[in-house]
Structure formats: C-alpha cells, structure tokens
Design a protein around this ligand. Structure first.
Ligand code: ATP
Ligand code: MG
Length: 151
C-alpha cells in the first residue's frame, strides 16, 4: 500500500501527545510527502514503540523529536530524545527479545523488553533497518526504508 510517511508520523505524534502530556514532542519534515509502499499498521507500530520508549524510559519533561527525511534513496525517520541515554555496552542488546537495561526499574515501568526486537523485525520485513545511537542527553533511533520497492 502506498503511504505518505510524513502523514503516518504526524498520526503517531498526535496519538503520543494524546496519551501523555509530560514529554513535549516536535515533528520535523520537509514540505512534501514521502510516499512509499509499506504496511501502515506495522510501521505505525514501530513508530509507537519508539515514541513510547522515549517517554517511558526518560524523566518527565524530557524533549522528544521525530524527523522524516529522504537520504541516499531511503526514507528515514529519526525518533530522538534528550534523556539519560543507553550505555554503550547495552546498545546492541536492547534489540534482543526481553532485554532491558535496568531490569528492576524497567519492570516498574511495565515493559517486557520486546518492543525493540519487534520494531527491528518489522523494519527488516520492509527491507529496511532500525539502528541506534546514544550518549547521555541524546538517544536517536533511525528507521530506514527503501523507496521505490515493489513488494
Ligand atoms: P516493551 O516490550 O513494553 O517495549 P521495554 O520498553 O522494556 O518493554 P524495549 O522497547 O525492547 O523494551 O526496550 C529495551 C530496553 O531498552 C528498555 O527496557 C530500556 O532499558 C532501553 N531503552 C529503550 N529505549 C530507550 C530510550 N529511549 N532511552 C533509554 N533507554 C531506552
Ligand atoms: Mg519499549
């Protein structure tokens, strides 16, 4: 199904803002649509997982952002937050099923540790990727999806 990724990100952002008020979210995108074939429910799930993490795993008041762009023939969405970050030693393992950085604290927050594993597999099922960069004050999850695929 051909979908405008900018519109999908705005829909996820609206739902995020409706669901909580203590993490301000800004959305950035170019002037035009970014149209590509994708499963809107699945990619919406990826966006919801990343936005949820940015709120659940950071203190109240932490700024969150979502950016849509086209880079090197790929549609790109970056979901970032200004929270405490993910230690380097954990940055690859957070994509493992059931892996949580701080198990006691994450359990308090109700997570099962599946969100990022599911998000990455959904991105890959679209021929894309989900990657992470993080340092204290700047955590960024980058979704890349191929433009112009026919599947
Ligand atoms: P759920 O299955 O409900 O999503 P979860 O959020 O704990 O549970 P993941 O979304 O897979 O599971 O995230 C794994 C872990 O990565 C989290 O438990 C948390 O420790 C860490 N994490 C994820 N996103 C962030 C973030 N934006 N800032 C800091 N830590 C994060
Ligand atoms: Mg999660």
């Amino acid at each position: 199904e051909e979908v405008d990724l900018v519109e999908l990100v705005h829909q996820a952002a609206d739902a995020f803002r409706a669901g909580q008020t203590d993490h301000p979210l800004t959305v950035t995108a170019g002037p035009g649509p970014v149209r590509l074939r994708l499963d809107p429910l699945r990619i919406r799930q990826v966006l919801d997982n990343l936005l949820s993490n940015a709120a659940v795993h950071t203190p109240a008041g932490t700024k969150v952002s979502a950016e849509v762009a086209v880079e090197s023939g790929m549609a790109v969405v970056r979901v970032a937050d200004a929270g405490p970050g993910i230690p380097a030693a954990d940055q690859q393992r957070v994509f493992d099923r059931f892996y949580r950085v701080d198990k006691a604290r994450s359990r308090d927050r109700g997570g099962s540790g599946l969100g990022l594993a599911v998000a990455r597999s959904l991105a890959r099922a679209h021929g894309g990727t989900l990657e992470l960069t993080s340092r204290p004050g700047a955590t960024t999850f980058t979704i890349r999806l191929p433009l112009g695929r026919t599947a």
